[in-house]
Ligand binder design. Structure first.
Ligand code: DX5
Ligand code: ZN
Length: 222
């Protein structure tokens, strides 16, 4: 279970996305891009055209987190555009198996996102279809929110489900946490079983985003 860090450009300067991506290039594993549609979440960020533009400039693989209604219709295009990973939300997908398979068929890793109030157990059968589970550790929609400790037991339970579903192949399914991840909270997430860490304000709110990324990795690896 290698630690991976995915800085979220939601907390970066949207007018300087290419430079902001470059700032973490040598320190991070992924670049996390939050797509919000003002329906699934009460905030509007960016969509496919901006992701396509960013893909031309980003050296890191792009980790698209789709907080949108109707991901079944929109998600495959992000994979076709060249995203390295595309995550859809369990609460929004009507045909998750078909959509997850379409993302994979287009060459990206596929992820299933789960909100703080959504249990993982009803989705246990879907684990055979996913490359990653994303557990939201804040209500989705905004950066800079406080980490929700109530999600910690779900991280532990999800890690156990992953281990049970893929006996002998542990590590194949990554477990990502997103929201309020900081030097203060990352260790608890790692201990509970997370291995991919999204961090927005903890990285882009820092003086030196690359150093902040390295510090987070060191904390998670402790
Ligand atoms: C929130 C987004 C997160 C956000 C995290 O809905 O999914 O990726 O950027 O920001 P921080 O790390 O500041 O909580
Ligand atoms: Zn996100």
């Amino acid at each position: 279970m290698a630690v991976q860090i995915s800085p979220s450009i939601l907390s970066a300067d949207f007018a300087r996305l290419a430079e902001e991506a470059k700032a973490v290039e040598d320190a991070a594993d992924w670049l996390h891009v939050d797509v919000m549609d003002n329906h699934f979440v009460p905030n509007l960020t960016l969509g496919l055209p901006v992701v396509e533009a960013l893909l031309k400039h980003a050296a890191l693989p792009v980790d698209c987190h789709l907080m949108i209604d109707d991901p079944d219709r929109h998600a495959p295009a992000y994979a076709e555009a060249g995203a390295g990973s595309v995550t859809i939300h369990a609460e929004a997908a009507k045909a998750p198996v078909r959509t997850l398979r379409a993302i994979k068929a287009a060459g990206a890793r596929c992820g299933l996102g789960i909100n703080p109030g959504t249990a993982i157990e009803p989705y246990a059968d879907l684990l055979d279809e996913v490359d990653m589970v994303l557990l939201m550790t804040v209500e989705p929609g905004f950066g800079g929110q406080k980490f929700l400790d109530l999600v910690l037991p779900k991280i532990t339970r999800t890690r156990a489900l992953i281990a049970a579903r893929r006996a002998g192949a542990e590590g194949e399914i990554w477990l990502q946490v997103d929201g309020g991840v900081s030097e203060e909270t990352i260790e608890r997430c790692a201990e509970a079983g997370a291995d991919v860490f999204v961090a927005g304000s903890a990285v882009y709110g820092a003086q030196d985003p690359a150093q902040a990324t390295r510090d987070l990795r060191a904390q998670a690896e402790r």
